[in-house]
Design a protein around this ligand. Structure first.
Ligand SMILES: C[S@@+](CC[C@H](N)C(=O)[O-])C[C@H]1O[C@@H](n2cnc3c(N)ncnc32)[C@H](O)[C@@H]1O
Length: 261
């Protein structure tokens, strides 16, 4: 197990789909469609296949190489997507970033992944994609901004501690966390890509109460691990936020990006 379970991924998928920047999604699809039907797209950190579903219906005529290090999520993706003969599932540790992953690819996609990786990982990825003239569509990169309709005095402190935790190593070296978008923009421009970016914030109301609860619990656990915030204050923040999840709304900032050669 990778620590990303299907319950969490299923809870976030509708919110992710509503949040995706529609123009970048469309431009990503068009960058593949111009190459015809027989194209290969590689999804990094695929989870249960949410990116394939997000790019439907066009994505169902492409060949997909889905990459993840979690065999259970890969099996789930293969079962859910169906698409016989069009989905190849590869179990691989992306921190090693083998060049073979990109053989014959037209586009590489990644959702909710690049805040886990390091700047060195992105440099290596851009090098591999650049020399093969492959584009990159990356969605839902957390940007560090969270706000709630009803305030709590500890909001800013908790978000600060959570963002510090997001910078810890997640298996790829020091994680970019909330800096993923600006770092990727800079590196991609230096590597000669055309960079398009758009915001894709989650808007979570009472209809996403369970997603809010899981997000709040995860945030509080991460903040506690940093020791940056007093225990009683964090406990009160967690209690109030969990209690309010079905009655209050929150926004969580993300960025989508499309890099083209
Ligand atoms: C936040 S989840 C996103 C999943 C999916 N892209 C989505 O949007 O629902 C991050 C994914 O990256 C995968 N992952 C994390 N570290 C990895 C690594 N070192 N190698 C391969 N996959 C990894 C996890 O197993 C998980 O499926």
């Amino acid at each position: 197990m990778s620590g990303f379970d299907t319950v969490w991924l299923d809870l976030r998928e509708p919110a992710d789909n509503a949040a995706r920047d529609p123009d970048l999604r469309q431009a990503a699809i068009e960058s593949v469609v111009v190459a015809g039907d027989d194209v290969r797209v590689v999804d990094l950190g695929c989870g249960t296949g949410s990116t394939v579903r997000a790019l439907a219906p066009q994505s169902s005529s492409w060949h997909w190489r889905l990459v993840d290090n979690d065999p259970q999520l890969l099996e789930e993706a293969a079962n859910r997507l169906g698409m016989p003969g069009r989905v190849e599932c590869l179990q691989a540790d992306l921190s090693l970033l083998a060049a073979e992953l990109f053989t014959d690819a037209r586009l590489v996609t990644a959702s909710a992944l690049f805040d886990l990786v390091s700047a060195e990982f992105l440099e290596r990825l851009l090098h591999l994609l650049g020399e093969r003239e492959i584009g990159l569509y990356t969605a839902l990169n957390y940007d560090g901004v969270c706000s709630w309709e009803i305030a709590h005095e500890a909001d800013a402190l908790v978000v600060e501690a959570f963002n510090a935790h997001q910078r810890r190593d997640k298996g790829f070296g020091p994680a970019l966390g909330p800096t993923a978008e600006p770092v990727l923009s800079r590196l991609a421009e230096q590597a000669g890509f055309k960079v398009l970016a758009g915001q894709s914030p989650w808007h979570l109301g009472g209809d996403h109460a369970e997603l809010q609860r899981q997000f709040i619990a995860g945030m509080a656990n991460a903040a506690a691990e940093t020791d940056q915030i007093e225990k009683a204050m964090l406990h009160d923040w967690r209690r109030m936020r969990l209690e309010m999840a079905s009655r209050s709304s929150c926004e969580v900032g993300h960025w989508d990006m499309l890099l083209l050669r």
